[in-house]
Design a protein around this ligand. Structure first.
Ligand code: JFZ
Length: 443
């Protein structure tokens, strides 16, 4: 009898233990909608892929990605080098002894982002390889185990605060190639669900908790895709509940469970480099690369021109979405020169045209290909902004505009005439002096 009582008491204690460990059930899975406003106004953010893979720069043992001599090698994504170019575990995980970003200067990173017009920054706190950029209490596969030793996230967060940028973390909650129970790419044996559960409870959830408690992020960027995966609606909600219980502001993206994000996420994440041609019923963003690869790839020369990236930004703005543009820093902590030049070009354009982008909202005008519109209430009334991405001789707006029209950059007056219920704007040929996007402000 005594023994039975003792067992009951013990069970009681265990239960209290589990209640403490798991998160309170009564917490709402929905975030206060006002907390998403900054995101909707932000339009432009910086994504950063940085980790052990940055050391390899897309090449290993004489092979460079993409390399079709490997069955799974046909991709540019340098952060995927380990499974794709079949880098042995020991070699790859041993890179932890080499990662030493002595030139890391987060102040200069955030300054570049700020000058480019970006309003938030999202960095890979942990990518699929399992390596944590902060000093994690949960796993030793982290920055503290490198020669550099020092946490990389706290100084970045401080710089974001200094320059007024919101900040968030990419956290690979599903794939983890270092943890013995983490999910692996689809061509590996399927990780049994009960094993995955161990990783989930031992590393994934605790590291998310750690990230929120240590750094108080504005956003968490989770990643799954269309393959069969371990993130069931139950696990998805368990993770959402954890985030909500620890933060009343942290946004969660739709890729937490790509094919079934549910109603409690805060914004949708498009496919990589995918630009919707229509409005969506939730806030959204496109994660986009500057090279083909996310992580810095030394032989990926496919740098997109700044002007094209501005077009993507404008497309998304006109559809109510954001553009999260990626920069892959080098392993030494510096930003690649081609990335810096593009950021500065984009920033220079936004310096004079940002009024038409930031804080604007979409219109419901259907415009011809290559012409985009936004609108905004300003002190002198409601402005319509028209983005011309290539030379045209006239634009017809399906509305009556009674005020004036001018080129936003120069103030050059532009002729408008109302015909029927429409307004025809006539553009001089001399307007298109180079291939940059011309913005008109009309009201
Ligand atoms: C994922 C990662 O695997 C990749 O390394 C990078 O971090 C990127 C931002 O996200 O890649 C994906 C995710 C989803 C799809 C494609 C690539 N998808 O749904 O097609």
């Amino acid at each position: 009898m005594k023994r039975l009582a003792a067992i009951f008491i013990l069970l009681g204690f265990l239960c209290v233990g589990c209640a403490e460990k798991s998160t309170p059930k009564e917490v709402s899975l929905k975030l206060d909608p006002s907390k998403v406003e900054w995101f909707k106004d932000a339009k432009f953010g910086m994504f950063m892929h940085w980790g052990l893979y940055s050391i390899l720069e897309g090449s290993y043992n004489g092979h460079t990605m993409p390399d079709t001599t490997f069955p799974q090698g046909n991709t540019w994504y340098a952060e995927w080098i380990k499974p794709r170019l079949e880098v042995p575990d020991d070699y790859y995980n041993g890179l932890i002894n080499e990662f030493n970003p002595v030139k890391y200067d987060p102040d200069s990173w955030v300054k570049e982002a700020k000058n480019a017009g970006m309003k938030y920054l999202v960095i890979t706190a942990k990518h699929h390889d399992g390596f944590a950029l902060w000093d994690s209490d949960v796993s030793d596969f982290d920055i503290a185990s490198t020669p550099y030793k020092k946490d990389l996230l706290a100084p970045l967060v401080a710089a974001c605060k200094k320059y007024g940028l919101k900040y968030g973390f990419y956290y690979s909650h599903w794939q983890d190639w270092e943890d013995p129970d983490g999910a692996m790419p689809y061509w590996y044996p399927w990780r049994p669900d009960e094993d995955f559960e161990k990783y989930w409870q031992r590393k994934s959830l605790p590291q998310v908790k750690e990230l929120i408690e240590k750094f108080d992020p504005d956003l968490l960027w989770f990643d799954t895709w269309d393959w069969e995966n371990h993130i069931t609606p139950e696990r998805r909600d368990e993770l959402i509940r954890l985030v909500r219980s620890l933060s009343d502001k942290c946004l969660i993206n739709g890729r937490i469970c790509y094919s079934n994000p549910g109603d409690n996420i805060d914004f949708l994440e498009m496919h990589d480099n995918a630009y919707p041609k229509e409005m969506l019923d939730k806030p959204w963003q496109t994660p986009a690369t500057m090279q083909n690869s996310w992580a810095y790839h030394g032989k990926d020369y496919n740098w997109k021109p700044a002007n094209r990236m501005l077009r993507y930004l404008v497309n998304n703005t006109s559809m109510g979405g954001n553009y999260l543009l990626n920069v892959g820093p080098k392993a030494d902590g510096t930003l690649p020169a081609p990335a810096i030049r593009r950021l500065r070009e984009m920033g220079a354009w936004l310096d004079v045209n940002g009024e038409a982008v930031f804080g604007s909202s979409p219109t419901d005008y259907k415009m011809p290909e290559g012409i985009y519109t936004t609108q905004k209430e300003t002190t002198d009334g409601k402005n319509l902004y028209i983005f011309l991405t290539s030379p045209v001789s006239s634009v017809t707006v399906p509305a009556v505009l009674s005020g004036k029209c001018e080129v936003l950059e120069t103030g050059q007056p532009i002729d408008m005439s109302v015909i029927g219920g429409e307004t025809v704007i006539t553009l001089p040929e001399t307007l298109f002096k180079d291939d940059s996007i011309v913005v008109l402000r009309c009201h």
